[in-house]
Design a protein around this ligand. Structure first.
Ligand SMILES: Cc1cc2nc3c(=O)[nH]c(=O)nc-3n(C[C@H](O)[C@H](O)[C@H](O)COP(=O)(O)O)c2cc1C
Length: 431
């Protein structure tokens, strides 16, 4: 929706154009804020009408509307906005997408009336209600869709450019970055399981220096970049967060849940105190939003989630892989070089949905849900459970363009439910 943009080009409407544009922008994030801002914009616009007529504007918006010389139909529309705005300001009710849109449309009719009556080159315009149904926001980051690519399954994003419109993703959680380069684990790193895969890559990555000097400049304009980081000490996380507080990085994701390395990772994700320390260390070192990625390899994930929230985490992502093992019955040896590995893919989806639901009931910060998502139907379960966005991991290996299909199908699903925005699905499971 871009209905009020034309006002910004007209210097004489300066006193209310920004309020109108802000009201429309707010529609993407909160219907209640949108309705409140419509009222502010209406106030400013109607005062402008009075100034134009050289009258002293009265304090009361009701008087303003009554005396502005409007036809009854238009005055009724403004009263609708005034009443709704008041209810929103006093938190008397929650507004639906339709009500917020109606307020915007009424405001639009009013500014059209102003332009027709007082404007120099009036052009009749009609209200455009078409909006991006998948557009949303997380930690202040604008997302064209709530679909991310999960860390470790999508490289640095650029590898997928031929298959995916990177701007159509909410963002890419790039492969985990550590302070020093890592060559990863020896021996076999991946094995297929009945419904997913077991991996023990061992956080192979070029290190933060090379990421910043060579990779980030190449990819930073192409997508929202979430940098997944891991360290062997609390200080490592703080240092990495600080080094990565640079232009082009949208957020930091703390990987406190990697089950495939001996020196750290998961130890921070299975102990509340450690999780809290790592979160605080990162928060103190960066102005970027901090997302903490939780491990499913715990008894009660809500305790870790709350510890991270209380230490300042802006968002939680879950789940990382579940620890697993496979044994070759001919050699009697473990298949993976690392002995154990992380299970991902379809098999873990019910565990992930359950954990997202539990965490959503325990914290107030947003959640990015992941674990076994292979279709829009799978993704919808995560939104219903309480995730504000989702990430796709293992499914990218089987079908590199799967994220696009999931986005398209999710849009169709929302329309079939009569919903106007993905946010209307979040946490709506009926239990
Ligand atoms: C091969 C592979 C590598 C991964 N590497 C990372 C990583 O570097 N950092 C991280 O936080 N998660 C990593 N993960 C976990 C995924 O990001 C995701 O949390 C998990 O696989 C569950 O989602 P999925 O079932 O859709 O794959 C990796 C997963 C796979 C399969």
């Amino acid at each position: 929706m871009n209905n009020f943009k034309f006002l910004a080009e007209r210097a004489e409407y300066r006193s209310f154009s920004k309020d109108c544009i802000d009201a429309e922008k707010a529609y993407q994030n909160s219907y209640d804020s949108c309705v409140k801002l419509v009222r502010t914009a209406l106030d400013a616009a109607i005062k402008w009408v009075y100034v134009k007529k050289n009258k002293i504007p009265p304090e009361n918006l009701f008087d303003l509307i009554a005396n502005a010389g409007l036809e009854k139909n238009l005055a009724d529309k403004l009263h609708f906005c005034r009443k709704a705005g008041n209810a929103a300001i006093h938190n008397e009710k929650e507004f639906s997408a339709d009500e917020a849109e109606q307020c915007l449309k009424n405001l639009f009719d009013f500014v059209q009336w102003i332009d027709a009556k007082y404007g120099k080159n009036f052009v009749p315009r009609s209200f455009n209600g078409e909006k991006n149904i998948l557009q949303t926001e997380i930690c202040g980051i604008k997302l064209n869709t709530p679909i991310f690519a999960a860390s470790g399954t999508f490289g640095f994003g650029e590898e997928f450019e031929n298959f995916v419109d990177l701007k159509k993703l909410g963002g890419v959680m790039v492969k985990c970055i550590t302070l020093k380069p890592r060559r990863g684990n020896d021996g076999i790193r991946i094995t297929e399981t009945p419904a997913g895969m077991l991996n023990a890559i061992g956080l192979e990555n070029p290190g933060v220096e090379k990421f910043l000097s060579e990779i980030l400049p190449r990819i930073k304009e192409k997508m929202n970049i979430i940098v997944n980081i891991s360290g062997s000490s609390v200080e490592d996380y703080g240092e990495l967060a600080k080094i990565l507080d640079v232009d082009g990085v949208s957020a930091i994701e703390l990987n406190i849940s990697c089950p495939n390395v001996k020196d750290g990772g998961i130890i921070f994700g299975t102990d509340e105190k450690q999780a809290a320390k790592v979160t605080s260390a990162a928060k103190k070192s960066t102005k970027k939003p901090v997302i903490v990625k939780l491990s499913p390899n715990v008894t009660d994930i809500t305790k870790i989630a709350s510890a991270c929230e209380n230490s300042g985490a802006d968002c939680l992502s879950l789940i990382n892989t579940l620890m697993g093992m496979e044994i070759n019955i001919h050699t009697w040896r473990p298949t993976l070089g690392n002995i154990t590995g992380g299970l991902s893919g379809g098999a873990i989806k019910p565990v992930a949905v359950r954990m997202v639901w539990q965490v959503a009931n325990a914290v107030k910060i947003p959640i990015i849900g992941m674990g076994g998502i292979r279709s829009a139907a799978d993704a919808a379960e995560f939104f219903l459970a309480g995730a504000s966005a989702v990430a796709i991991g293992t499914a990218n290996f089987a079908e590199p363009s799967i994220t696009m299909k999931i986005a398209d199908d999710l849009e169709k699903y929302l329309r079939s439910c009569g919903l106007k925005n993905i946010r209307e699905l979040v946490g709506k499971v009926k239990v």
